[in-house]
Design a protein around this ligand. Sequence first.
Ligand code: NI
Length: 180
Amino acid sequence: MTREIADSLIPILIAPNPILKARARRVSAADADSVRDLVPRMFASMYNAPGIGLAAPQVGIGLRLAVIDLQADDKRDPVVLINPEIVARSPELATREEGCLSIPGQYADITRPARVRVRFEDAGGVRAEIEAEGLLAACLQHEIDHLDGVLFIDHLSALKRNMLMRKLAKEQRLKAEKAL
Ligand code: NI
């Protein structure tokens, strides 16, 4: 990794952290400069992790902003979502295994609407809409959840969620001990 890239990375918050549970506020015109600075650093942090989506609260910024890149066939296809909202959901559901950079190493099957239509502003502030299914639909819903302080484990039963959180805490503790 070059020094330049390392400098631009932002640490990703790990659950439990109160910032991950807070509702983010809408991006306004006054945020344009910070968003312009933040977006490339969020992409760099996401690719470095590596992951396919990252929401601003995960890097400690309470703004309704997320970046996604599914990197299908190893090709980059970056999407910037500013003030995204789900405007339509299919009645059909789909279940996929999800993970999260804020809950490293933990995965669970999550059931969500199979297709969604999402309205957002792109990096240039232009309003856009995506209709998505499959992995992209799940990823969009997962990232928009982050903006409302919702993590994928919040879709699980309390029993399953507590089990995952205990496992995460234990693994993080071991990792911290190893790093000493
Ligand atoms: Ni996540």
